[in-house]
Design a protein around this ligand. Sequence first.
Ligand code: GLP
Length: 251
Amino acid sequence: MRFVVVDDHDALSRSAADELAAVVAAKLSSSVLVATGNTPMGMYAELAERRRRGRFDASQLRAWQLDEYLGLAPGDRRSLYGWMRRSFVEPLGIPDGNVARLPGDSADPEAACAAFERAILAAGGIDVAILGLGPNGHLGFNEPPATTDSPTRIVDLTPESVASNGPYWGGADQVPRRALTVGMRVILNARLTLLVVSGAHKRDILARAVAGPISPDVPASLLRTVPNVVVVADRAAWGDLPMGSAPVDGR
Ligand code: GLP
């Protein structure tokens, strides 16, 4: 696990964009697992600006949706697919044929989850997973307790996640109680994972994730069991965690 700690959210956005751009420069057809949430929005805007200036080529990227609420059509204003399209797919000009939607409105969502995971594997796995950090340590919607081998599946959201997602949609009562998420076993097999963390409200959970026990109770701590994870945090989120002292069990 490598740590990049920068002054503020703008610097985080640039650093995270640099990390992704380096991978994409080496492999234009990289498969990217795309988080929504507020934290990576600046990173996506930075990449879009680089593309506009001819410095970033996303024309061959493959975008895979990380998580979605159960039961929502893609046109629902709360659809995370819609958010991914508006913030990542469209600004980067990714061709529609390269975008994989996690179908929350499938008639058989369990089977759709399994098919989604098979498609990721058939495409060669994930090159870069872009992840935010839930206030309860979740990754995507892998809620605690999480296991390293969890498949892509349907989950019940914890009350904490419902509450933390409420502000996106105008209140907790607007948030569906169930969701689909790419599972930990896909996330942990990504060739590079970027965990982006911003703001003082993430300080305690970030400390637990990178310096507390590796535990199912903090899904993000499981990232320390694999190599090639980069945590990009701003100082407000990092606080006074010592840079060198995090127990890195995963190389
Ligand atoms: C949400 C999403 C995650 C996201 C996380 C952090 O619940 N399911 O995919 O990464 O919370 O969101 P934010 O970046 O807005 O703090």
